[in-house]
Design a protein around this ligand. Structure first.
Ligand SMILES: [Zn+2]
Ligand SMILES: [Zn+2]
Length: 167
């Protein structure tokens, strides 16, 4: 059972960062349930909850931590207290990857014809220069760069290389 309250009738918002409910619970414990910069608890924030902060320079999956909306909007402008530097240089995603022994370095694009599986078993097939979702009939084609940034290199594995003979 998840420790956090799950929204009714829709998936948890942490899923857009490739976090399942256990991951999110661990993130909340890591942050001690407060904004990781100013330490405000969720009930004292404007919207009543903390937001998931990710490092867009690394990727959609790269969750740095939990912040109040004030600190979250302060980050891009750089109007931050000095201890925010520690927060920025010790992102949660990195300690998680170390704990799990995962390599988060981007990997080179497999050749055309290859299939990769991402989180929750979603499969992507490379046709020429673009990647298509195997199950979706009309999914938008994506680039390798997009896939790596969206799911995270450590959340993807090669299922079929184009060099392999299919029996
Ligand atoms: Zn959840
Ligand atoms: Zn804050």
């Amino acid at each position: 059972m998840a420790e956090h309250t799950r929204p009714r009738g829709r998936p948890c918002s942490h899923r857009v960062y490739q976090l399942d409910c256990d991951d999110y619970d661990r993130l909340v414990r890591h942050a001690a349930g407060r904004c990781q910069i100013c330490a405000v608890p969720p009930e004292q924030t404007k919207h009543g909850f903390l937001v998931i902060d990710h490092d867009d320079a690394v990727g959609q999956w790269a969750v740095r931590g939990l912040l109040c909306s004030n600190c979250n909007t302060g980050l891009p402008t750089g109007s931050m207290p000095a201890h925010a530097t520690a927060y920025l240089t010790q992102p949660w995603w990195r300690s998680e990857a170390e704990r799990r022994g995962q390599d988060t370095a981007p990997w080179p694009e497999p050749p055309s014809g290859s299939v990769v599986a991402a989180c929750r078993g979603l499969r992507w097939h490379r046709e020429g220069d673009s990647w298509r979702h195997v199950a979706k009939y009309r999914g938008a084609p994506r680039s390798w760069w997009w896939l790596q940034r969206h799911y995270g290199p450590h959340n993807m594995r090669l299922v079929k290389s184009s060099e392999e003979k299919t029996a």
